[in-house]
Ligand binder design. Sequence first.
Ligand code: SAM
Length: 286
Amino acid sequence: MTNLDPKQWITEEHEGCGSAFSLRIARKLEEKQSPFQKVEMYETTDFGNFMLIDGCTMVSTRENFLYHEMIAHPALYSHPCPKDVVIIGGGDCGTLREVLKHDSVTSATQIDIDQVVTEMAEKYFPELCESNNDPRATIKFDDGIKFMADAAPESTDIIIVDSTDPVGPGEGLFNHAFYKNCLKALRPGGILVQQSDSPLLHLALLCEMRDAMTEVGFADLQTLNFPQMIYPSGWWSCTMARKEVAFDGFRQDDADAASFDTEYYNSEIHQAAMATPNFVKKAFKK
Ligand code: SAM
């Protein structure tokens, strides 16, 4: 058990990793037990508001741009003209906001299983919810596993899985059956992108995800690395999988000429994020 004063610090201990992460808190704002998970909100001394789900760090005001920009923009710029986007999870609405910055997007449908997460986000992260009323946005509360199973074939260009880890309601978002349904729902050239945990601490899971995506028939994969300090190890990733065609670079000129603002993402970061460390390369080859 950590010896930080729980009145002053909120700590997530990373089961099986021998590590933990803490933020200093000013006060607890709210806690709600939904039918699916426990959602806690804190005000921190230095990171703004802070959300945990079932004790796992999710979002803070200060650093969430790293994750939301990197799970959205590389996939969108790797597609020639993304129009329809599906977001599975993403209940804090930060990913939806990034997706809707792209003028080519004509529909963005977010399906999170837990309405409590979005209610808390609207209260404590209003800046992440600023695009929720965009006419192109549809926000649903349902199981993403079921949504993808029922999705019409070749009905979308991009699927973003911005979910919790493969535990609890998120478990079924990391297996062959789910990936098969994503492949079916994507148009040719379409891209699935999923948060794929820490290459340093969760390399086995990352490899399992990539193997399953390949085994169900995705033509090409790209894992992107980026910093995410509130998640275990602070080194995070997302993995893109493409239907029928290989990744062939990205729309660098469009990224450079973007009419919208980002805090982290740009074309150099995009390029750099695709670089793979040697120990990860070796694991991918196994
Ligand atoms: N950025 C965070 C991360 O990487 O851990 C995730 C953000 S978001 C808060 C994660 C969301 O996944 C939660 O709102 C949770 O309700 C949602 N989720 C988990 N399982 C789900 C499922 N089967 N269908 C839809 N949403 C799900």
